[in-house]
Design a protein around this ligand. Sequence first.
Ligand code: SF4
Ligand code: SF4
Length: 276
Amino acid sequence: MCEVCRKHGEGKKWYLQAKNYSEDLQHDLEKHGVFDWKFVGRDLERWERIKKAPFFIKALQEPRIAKRIHNMHFGQVLPIEDIEQIFGIVNNVVRLNCICRIPRKTKEQRFCYGVSLTPQNAEAEKVVNKEGSGYQSGPDLFQLEQVSKEEALAQFRAYEKDGLCHSVWTELTPFITGICNCDRSDCGAMQNTLVKGMPMMFRAEYVAELNPDLCSGCRACMRVCQFGAITYSAGNKKAWIDVGKCFGCGVCRSVCVKDALKLVDRAPVPAVANVW
Ligand code: SF4
Ligand code: SF4
């Protein structure tokens, strides 16, 4: 299990703990610290700066910055089965603009979903209307699209077919605010993790496994893997998975018509058991 599960999961996956979606937890955490994107931005700048610093400074500073990031705004990749379990816990799902995609001006920006255990429907409307009552035109709900859990799940499945990988996010860990659908071209956290080596996005609790007897070598899985974990062996005309690079998102499975791919638990795979 990853360090966040050990700290906040009570023996289970941390994002499957209902308490981590609760308003009570959010209020408790806010007593000790305030989430602010500026803090995350500053740590990103620091991370870039210390790259050029002598080795001993890097060795001292990198873990400190990583710890702050993990306590502030941290994410983990997860497969669709775990998304289903999250929808079994929360009672309120709101589709909203993705903060990473806004500056990139992508056409469809609503890949992010706010999830919570706040009161739904009539109760939620009361809260929103009260908050927005000071505005002449009423509350601005343009960017908040309430969707049912079934609708959201269908949208997640469609995104997965398109090669997007799912992830869960905190704002003041372990309080969970949302789940997102990410790709390497648009997701800032994915880029920071993969390109700059800043650990903002942990791997899933799983890793992909290929059955070479079923694989036809069509390479469809290679095209959707956001992490460059699948290559093609010209020798045996089949795909090959580099488990060291695999984030365990499971997206490759959704395009494999031969059922040659599955996810297995990361912990019993010695090469990657402690690779996050
Ligand atoms: S999509 Fe399936 S059959 Fe095609 S290369 Fe990948 S594992 Fe093999
Ligand atoms: S190989 Fe791993 S990282 Fe790549 S799509 Fe499959 S599960 Fe995700």
